[in-house]
Design a protein around this ligand. Structure first.
Ligand SMILES: [Zn+2]
Length: 100
């Protein structure tokens, strides 16, 4: 589930800097999960749903379960962006190659 490719198919960038690199995305997914939970809670307030504590908990857990694959993918992307820098030279080279 949510496997990260070994290399970029365009420029050959190695996505895994070291073994288990994406374990660190766990910390990011925790933060993203909390953000989703807060968003669900605020949405229940905005829509004036009177669910009670148990209902709010259930809707948060339900949303987290449903969005788990997306949270995982987004977290890995955020985690990777801490370590990979955008390189304009490679971007130009790759876009020129794909145009040719
Ligand atoms: Zn690339």
């Amino acid at each position: 589930m949510n496997k990260v490719k070994e290399h970029c198919s365009k420029c050959g960038l190695k996505y895994s800097i070291e073994p288990s690199f994406y374990i660190g995305a766990m910390y990011v997914s925790y933060a993203v999960g909390v953000a989703v939970a807060i968003a669900v809670f605020v949405l229940t307030l905005i829509f004036g749903m009177d669910l009670g504590p148990g209902g709010i908990l259930l809707s948060i857990v339900g949303t987290l379960v449903l969005t788990m694959p997306y949270i995982g993918a987004v977290s890995k992307s955020i985690w990777a962006h801490f370590f990979f820098k955008y390189n304009p030279k490679i971007a130009t080279k790759v876009s020129n190659e794909s145009r040719a």
